[in-house]
Design a protein around this ligand. Structure first.
Ligand SMILES: [Zn+2]
Length: 223
């Protein structure tokens, strides 16, 4: 979090990322200080990197700098959720739901759009998805109703679905979420599978390698 911790006539300490950055408030302008502070809030950006990025923007041509500002603005203003699967989309339906080559009788359930992207990178998936928006975690205040589980159940109940593939993370929260959903789908007669355990227990789909994910997809098991 940004914000001055200690002020004097010539400098203040700003907490940025994991460290503290001495910002010479008399040397930098207010706008530059603000930019350094905003960069410092980004993951993996330490105080020195924040300062370097801010100076890079300062030196960049105006159209290059504005292209970055525009890209940030578009991501926040244009991206919404697909009306069918809740994936990221700039239209009513995402690219996957709009793809006529996809097998729409197979729904792969993931926690986050980043998991979907990683699964897609394997090239092994011809199915469609359902993005839950997280996992059930009562201790963190995340209840089933906070996720898109209701929408998934209605989607399956509306017919035409042969298999639901649970691709929630192979950790306690992901397993619990997969089991909860499979219990709700029990009476629908739809086959429910889980990605195989080639994925290390406690790991996440987001960081799994393509080879590992492909193996897990091919050898998925019935829940
Ligand atoms: Zn979609």
């Amino acid at each position: 979090m940004g914000g001055g911790l200690k002020h004097s006539t010539s400098f203040c300490w700003h907490k940025l990322g994991d460290g503290l950055l001495l910002i010479m408030t008399n040397v930098y302008t207010e706008s530059l200080n603000r930019l350094i502070e905003q960069f410092g809030k980004l993951p993996g950006i330490g105080p020195k990197s924040a300062e370097r990025l801010a100076f890079h923007i300062l030196k960049a041509k105006p159209d290059e700098a504005m292209a970055l500002a525009d890209a940030i603005s578009n991501v926040k203003n244009k991206i919404k959720r697909c009306e069918i699967c809740c994936n990221l989309s700039e239209g009513k339906l995402c690219k996957i739901c709009s793809d006529t080559q996809r097998d729409k009788s197979l729904i792969c359930v993931v926690e986050q759009p980043k998991d979907l992207i990683n699964l897609e990178k394997t090239g092994a998936c011809k199915w469609v998805y359902h993005v839950l928006g997280g996992h059930i975690a009562p201790l963190e205040g995340v209840e089933p109703s906070d996720l898109t589980i209701d929408k998934l159940i209605k989607r399956v109940q509306s017919g035409g679905i042969k298999e639901v593939i649970m691709a929630t993370n192979p950790n306690m929260a992901g397993d619990g979420t997969a089991l909860y959903i499979s219990s709700l789908l029990k009476n629908t007669g739809v086959k429910i599978t889980r990605l195989a355990r080639g994925l290390a227990s406690g790991s996440t789909i987001e960081y799994a390698s393509g080879k590992m994910l492909t193996d897990a997809i091919i050898s998925r098991q019935e829940l």
